[in-house]
Design a protein around this ligand. Structure first.
Ligand SMILES: Cc1cc2nc3c(=O)[nH]c(=O)nc-3n(C[C@H](O)[C@H](O)[C@H](O)COP(=O)(O)O)c2cc1C
Length: 339
């Protein structure tokens, strides 16, 4: 099963080298202005113009199939397709029975009895994150005036991104990174009791993104070394503003009215140029292989917009669930027609 969300529900489908990947979004309020051009800027951010990004540059043109009429959402499911244009599966032929270390190939082969589409990682590919970014465009409109911003804190343990990326290219290796994200302003009380706490839902969606291996809220792991007197965020006004924000804007699984802050660890790209030992599933023997194909040196470089989308999707879902969206676009329309 492949869906996420309660009141803003998404399902994504497709494979890296199949005809298309896409998304079905349910629960979008009717009347939300939406132009295919709204997606352009955000989708381009998934292909930053920096060294270290895969040369498989897909055009990523959203083909809206349903749920949009005369520039407004209709309230029925919105379906968006992204056709895969730059697929060359030849590099994967050799890997069919040679699961890449660090990639999903082995698990997928066992789970699906070899019926999974292994070309380019199939459904496990980072390609699917284009769908999240598209959903994020809509989610960001729903949660306005709350804004979500993500940025790269470091790549390969360094802030000198260009230099470490060049080194990794020269040594035919790959790099991970740390991404930080914040959302503001965020009113208090967002989140559902226990299982659907704000933290739980964010973790659920963020860990669905391939290659994310760590997540912390606020001061996260550092909190374990603090004293209570240091860790407690003192409330300094009736709106719940706190003096510090070690809890990252979430207490008891609910937003507390302060900035939501989280940080996540991205692993290095599994497919590297440098030869590595692979096991052949037919013979059980190992052999040294150099992976071909187009790969990111560090896919963390492409993730800020994906993380923003994931956070916006969770916030949109929770706001819609508790009927707390501010319907900014409806107000704008109203004042335009009145004025
Ligand atoms: C945007 C994005 C791009 C990615 N690009 C590549 C890539 O070019 N090559 C690769 O081997 N893995 C890439 N990955 C990572 C794999 O998809 C991921 O490591 C793999 O599915 C295994 O999942 P796991 O790392 O969560 O365990 C990418 C991930 C994302 C989110």
């Amino acid at each position: 099963m492949n869906y996420f969300g309660h009141s803003f529900r998404l399902s994504i489908f497709g494979e890296s080298h199949g005809p298309s990947v896409g998304i079905i979004l349910d629960g979008i309020p009717a009347g939300l202005p939406l132009d295919p051009l709204d997606f352009k800027k955000e989708l381009e951010r998934r292909w930053p113009k920096i060294k270290g990004i895969s040369k498989r540059r897909e055009p990523d043109l959203p083909e809206i199939q349903s749920g949009l009429f005369e520039g407004k959402t209709t309230g029925s499911p919105l379906t968006i397709l992204f056709f895969n244009k730059k697929t060359d599966s030849s590099a994967y032929e050799d890997l069919r029975y040679l699961p890449r270390p660090g990639h999903a190939d082995f698990g997928a082969w066992v789970k699906f009895g070899g019926y999974n589409d292994w070309r380019g990682g199939g459904h496990f590919s980072g390609r699917l994150t284009v769908c999240l970014v598209a959903a994020g465009v809509i989610a960001k409109k729903i949660i306005a005036p709350t804004k979500v911003e993500a940025w790269i804190e470091e790549i390969g343990g360094s802030k000198q991104i260009e230099s470490v990326v060049n080194k990794a290219i020269n040594s035919q290796d790959s790099l991970g990174g740390i991404i930080a994200c914040r959302a503001f302003p965020l009113s208090p009380g967002l989140g559902e009791p226990f299982f659907d706490s704000l933290e739980s839902l964010l973790a659920h969606l963020i860990f669905s993104i391939p290659g994310i291996k760590g997540l912390e809220f606020g001061s996260g792991f550092k909190l374990s070394r603090m004293l209570g007197s240091e860790a407690n965020d003192l409330i300094i006004n009736k709106q719940g503003k706190t003096l510090t924000n070690h809890n990252g804007g979430i207490i008891g699984g609910l937003s507390n009215g302060n900035e939501l802050f989280l940080r996540l660890a991205v692993k290095p790209t599994p497919s590297i140029r440098r030869p590595q030992k692979f096991i052949d599933l037919r013979t059980g023997k190992t052999k040294s292989i150099r992976i071909k194909g187009k790969h990111d040196i560090s896919f963390a470089l492409r993730l800020p917009v994906v993380i923003e989308a994931a956070v916006a999707i969770v916030l949109a879902d929770l706001m819609l669930r508790s009927q707390r969206i501010s319907l900014i676009w409806k107000k704008q329309k109203q004042s335009a027609s009145e004025g």
